[in-house]
Design a protein around this ligand. Structure first.
Ligand SMILES: NC(=O)c1ccc[n+]([C@@H]2O[C@H](COP(=O)([O-])OP(=O)(O)OC[C@H]3O[C@@H](n4cnc5c(N)ncnc54)[C@H](OP(=O)(O)O)[C@@H]3O)[C@@H](O)[C@H]2O)c1
Length: 253
């Protein structure tokens, strides 16, 4: 059995479960990280039964810096083949109506934890001459979005940070990839406070397929789905006032 591990954050739901399934199907042992232990134990049992891999469930609130320490140590010590920084959440509401606590948690999870975990994993990957840091961004990274101001800015950070890391690691055998899904069928919108927003959604499995296709082609980032790709790239040609007006409409309908 392989000694290497894939670490998947946000592995209790949505995209994280699909990433964990893909890694196990590819033969990697899987560390599942999130807060919901029961959900992760069910996923882990299914991975062991279906794929014969080892699993480790870590219940960690990744917004808590002290609680992240165990995971940081694990990333430094184990042979980690893939770190998939997938845990994240957004909020759909006016900036001044979102609590300060929620805004800080959103940044801590989507930006600070992702950066700290990447920093913990890269040196070991470099010493082994292989590995992949997969950071889940969003198509929200491509424009400012009223009613999702903090989320869109945080995901822009993930895209820029990861693309720069890709540039630093390019010749080392270690890869970095930012994944930009558009609306996808998960718990994301319910957790963001608007379950009914953006009904035309892709599946987690489609996002995972796009991820591993892009990883195989050594891309710095990937936008999942043809329509999402077209929207992300044409956005750059549109003046900011129009971009923002369209983004607000799309985020809230
Ligand atoms: N779905 C979309 O439309 C969409 C589009 C673009 C990007 N994304 C991104 O995709 C990623 C995965 O989200 P999803 O769509 O799969 O949504 P989801 O179903 O809500 O899953 C979010 C995952 O993050 C975990 N998580 C949330 N807060 C956490 C915390 N404080 N500590 C540890 N884990 C935490 C959740 O687990 P627990 O609650 O058990 O902790 C859950 O496993 C996110 O980064 C999201 O921003 C989603």
């Amino acid at each position: 059995m392989s000694k290497s591990w894939a670490v998947v954050t946000g592995a209790s739901s949505g995209l994280g479960v699909a990433y964990a399934e893909r890694m196990a199907a590819d033969g990697a042992n899987v560390v599942l990280v999130a807060r919901s232990v029961d959900k992760m134990e069910k996923v882990a049992a299914s991975l062991r039964a279906q794929h014969g891999v080892d699993t480790l469930v870590l219940a960690v609130d990744l917004t808590d810096r002290a609680a992240r320490a165990e995971l940081v140590e694990l990333l430094k010590e184990r042979d980690v083949s893939h770190l998939i920084n997938n845990a994240g959440f957004g909020t759909i509401n006016s900036f001044h109506e979102i609590s300060e606590e929620r805004i800080l948690s959103e940044l801590e999870l989507n930006v600070v934890a992702l950066t700290e975990l990447s920093r913990a994993a890269v040196p070991g990957m470099l010493s082994r001459g292989r590995g992949a840091i997969i950071n889940v961004s969003s198509t929200a990274a491509f424009q400012a979005i009223p009613e999702m101001a903090v989320y869109a800015a945080a995901k822009a950070y993930v895209l820029r940070f990861t693309s720069a890391l890709w540039g630093e690691l390019k010749t080392t055998g270690v890869r970095a990839l930012a994944v930009c899904p558009g609306p996808t069928e998960t718990e994301f919108f319910a957790n963001a406070g608007r379950a009914s927003a953006m009904r035309r959604r892709r599946t987690p499995e489609q996002v995972v397929d796009a991820t591993f296709d892009a990883l195989g082609r050594h891309r710095p980032f990937v936008v999942d789905g043809t329509i999402n790709k077209v929207l992300a790239f044409t956005n750059r040609l549109v003046p900011v006032d129009l971009q923002v007006a369209v983004a607000r409409h799309v985020a809230t309908h």
